[in-house]
Design a protein around this ligand. Structure first.
Ligand code: CO
Length: 180
């Protein structure tokens, strides 16, 4: 048995977060291992969703559990190679957070419903409609696969409110690149 994978969260502004992720081509035990480790990381970090670029992988993999409760695996939503085929419903505003932006929150406007086509971890096709909070999480996580981040969705007011925190994340990233 290979060792379980252990992932760290890539924090803004790590470049991997800006890459468009590539489709998964191979559905094997390694993919199952990656997905399991993504759930582990997400639950340990008390996140509601996690996209593979957030653990440094340029792959189109999303894991979601809207309760962030590892005791409720029936709420796990694993989306591989997802496509949002429609977004509709009322536009709603909600304060979103992101594991790649610790301590930062911003109001984001998104349509209430979305329809997703994807495959599961075995490559079996999935067609799902999401609404409300779950739809919001799906749309947030899907953004990660396109290299779109919370900071891109912020209103000018929220950018201003979070200016110092964002600058601190950039400074910490630079420190990690060239520790003094
Ligand atoms: Co996020």
């Amino acid at each position: 048995m290979p060792e379980p994978l252990e992932f760290q969260i890539a924090l803004y502004p790590e470049p991997v977060l800006r890459k468009v992720a590539d489709p998964v081509q191979v559905f094997d035990a390694e993919l199952e291992r990656i997905v399991a480790a993504m759930y582990q990381r997400m639950f340990d970090s008390e996140g509601l969703g996690l996209a593979a670029p957030q653990v440094g992988l340029r792959q189109r993999i999303l894991v979601i559990n809207e309760a962030s409760n590892s005791d409720e695996p029936e709420n796990n939503v694993t989306l591989i190679n997802p496509r949002i085929v429609s977004r509709d419903g009322e536009k709603t505003t909600w304060e979103e957070g992101c594991l790649s932006f610790p301590e930062i929150y911003a109001e984001v406007v998104r349509p209430d419903r979305c329809t997703v086509e994807a495959v599961d971890v075995r490559g079996e096709p999935l067609h799902r409609e999401f609404s409300g909070f779950l739809s919001r999480i799906v749309q947030h996580e899907y953004d990660h696969l396109e290299g779109i981040l919370l900071v891109d969705r912020m209103t000018p007011a929220d950018k201003l409110k979070n200016k110092v925190a964002l600058e601190e994340l950039v400074a910490e990233y630079k420190d990690r690149q060239s520790p003094t």
